[in-house]
Design a protein around this ligand. Sequence first.
Ligand code: SF4
Length: 262
Amino acid sequence: MASKTTQHRVRAARKGGTVGPGIAKTRAKTVAEAAPGATKPWTNAEVEEAFRRFAIANPNPRGELQYINPFTLLVAVVLSAQATDAGVNKATPALFKLADSPEKMVKLGEPRVRSLIKTIGLYRTKAKNVIALSRQLIARHDGKVPDNREALEALPGVGRKTANVVLNVAFGEPVIAVDTHIFRVGNRTGMAPGKAPLEVEEKLMQVVPGKYLRHAHHWLILHGRYVCLARRPLCETCIIADLCKWPGKTAFAAPAATYGSS
Ligand code: SF4
């Protein structure tokens, strides 16, 4: 548990809006305290309660990447590696207007794809991968996005995380794609500690109740993106603040009136 002085300092930093060297050190320390194994494990009942609240707060969570069909979803996820969804969404409407299928993408050609996505980081490699995966979809899958992990991961530029997003969003599979937000939330809260994304994913698959698995991916991403922020988590507005095991948290009660009690 973080000392009262630590909590006071973090609160003071929030109020002031600026962070002095002492506070920065304190915050760095509290973040470091979220290392795997540093927090108390959650009970099954606590995990169930957290997801019950997520489900009440947002019954139909959606990702923020824009897409038209499974193919454009796959392309959008490939483009989103080491980039923000907002950045990808700025570039993809023009791209998808011209190419919403593997055939049209191949016809558009790599130089044109490159120029349409040049505002996205690593755009040269990504343009190459988008064309290569489109060719592979045509050659091996009749131009369709496959609905199994092995075939997805065999596509250029597609790793486990991308495959999981496509399986979950396009095909409704109860899988969790561990991105930077889920990795942080899993470790910081202590719900699913792990040194690598796969470890966090496996832990989440063990602890999240089956009925919540379908949407757990989006609930956790949105929680990390908008509440449990990397530098300055908004513990005061967090609906799982009472359940969270992070020693550095700055709120100890959730707004239960809004989300009901267990
Ligand atoms: S209380 Fe909520 S916002 Fe704060 S660290 Fe825990 S999960 Fe994140």
